[in-house]
Design a protein around this ligand. Sequence first.
Ligand code: ARG
Length: 587
Amino acid sequence: MSLLSDLTRIVAAGFESAGLDASFGAVQVSDRPDLGQFQCNGALAAARSAARDPRAIAGQVVTQIEGDRRLASASIAGPGFINLTVTGRTLAGYVDAMAEDGRLGVPAVGPSLKVIVDYAGPNVAKAMHVGHLRATIIGDTIKRLFRFAGHEVLGDAHFGDWGLQMGMLIVATRRRHPDLAHFDGTYEGPYEAPLSITLADLQEWYPDMARQVAEDEEVAAEARRATTDLQSGRPGYVALWEHFVRVSRASQEQDFSDLGVEFDLWYGESTVRDLLRPLVDETLARGIAVRSAGAVVIEVSRPDDKAEITPLVLETSHGAFLYGTTDVATIQMRVSELGADLILYVVDSRQSYHLEQVFRAARRAGLSGGAAMEHIGFGTMNGPDGTPFKTREGGVLRLGDLIDMVTNAAAARLEESDLAALYPGAERAVIARQVGIAALKFGDLVNNRTSNYVFDVRRFTALEGKTGPYLQMAAVRMDSILARAARRGLAPGAILAPHHETETRLLLRLLQLPEVIDRAMDLRAPNHLAEFAYEVAADFSRFYEACHILTEPDPGLQSSWLGTVRTSRRVLELLLDLLGIEVPARM
Ligand code: ARG
């Protein structure tokens, strides 16, 4: 249905009638646009396999396909490359067909899968840092992409709320507030939430406690005991933990909402707490888990491993369940209760070893059923010094502060460029927030996800160049052209064969959409969407500079150009939506 797949079909038929395999006919967008819009390099490979002359093969194919009405030219270059250019009418016809389709010519997948996207992963009482930021931004795009492709998708925050950290927080609280009823073993409840304990307190206590646990075995033992007590349901501790969960979640939900990110499920590690004991007992009974130095572990190494993968610990010798235990039980829950076919973990690449252990353990225990599990890893966001981004004071950066930082930078940019200057203050603030978030998201998503990148607020908020704000400006300009036209009673119409080279280029670009979506899906790579959105916006700007749409005297041409604007806007709308970027009503 796409132009590229139709061209491939035409050329493949050419190869077949030359007695060669159709698979040599793959057509791609040309990397030499001066020679043709599209190219096929199959004659070279065909010549090698058939021991024939590549130019002769290319010549035969070209003779076969030359007559196709869709082609303006088919020619041979170099040792046997086939270059193709389509007619202007062909281009216009394909773009019109795309505009008529609610999915812009992108087919929905079939059959669809039940997909769980595990992303963000905030933790109780810990400020979200840049690792969580990348997981949130990338995960959200992956979720939107899979949903657009036609899968049934649930995004789950997988809240970190059930490990040793909980015991550490309980001990930290007891040190400061020993008189709380929560610590009184004889008290039977009900418990009042200790409202004086805020998230800021917990965030301050936690690193201090973590240090003590690392240095002092007695404190570590105390934290372990508190964890086991909580995990076995001691009411005062459970009530305290509920308070920790509540204050943490409220603040994190605010950050996510500022980012425009919503979760379908806000499950936590604690959601599967009742599965943990049976998981350990049953895997032990089935001989899948074994006892090792007092702990219960699952062996996960394989003979073909290049580096050793150590066993996954399900239960420590102190009787505690770990991060990996809840991860394995969560797989069990996602598969048996949620019916997952595919679970995508959008998690920092530094956790790949952990996730590999977890996936293998779940498979060995037969808990993942037929579901596939996949780690979608990513690199770090670095500061100007090339190490993970920190505050000026050297601390871990809070997500909320980062959001304020990009919003302020965006406001300064708008002011510098005299944009939105005359709008009411409240609207300006909304625009600055939208522009700041777009800068942050696009600045992240445009990178290959596995690479590290440098956070550069000046560069990210620039209104020109490959940035989120540039895309927003392009979208706002398209909207304004269409609105002004509508006010004059002008409507977008059928697209005519292009009159200008910038128009040809834009239409060719729009028609690449289905392949770009495909590639982004296959590689789980949002940067293909981000790059393409930029190319659409840039090609549109060139078209807009060259073709004066609103003053064009020829009504047919004018309505065709408006049609091109509208379709460009729809393509950009889809891409920005997948990237989670909002477009201001005006800028
Ligand atoms: N809470 C974890 C962290 O902060 C991330 C969770 C990732 N997801 C998972 N299923 N392990 O590192």
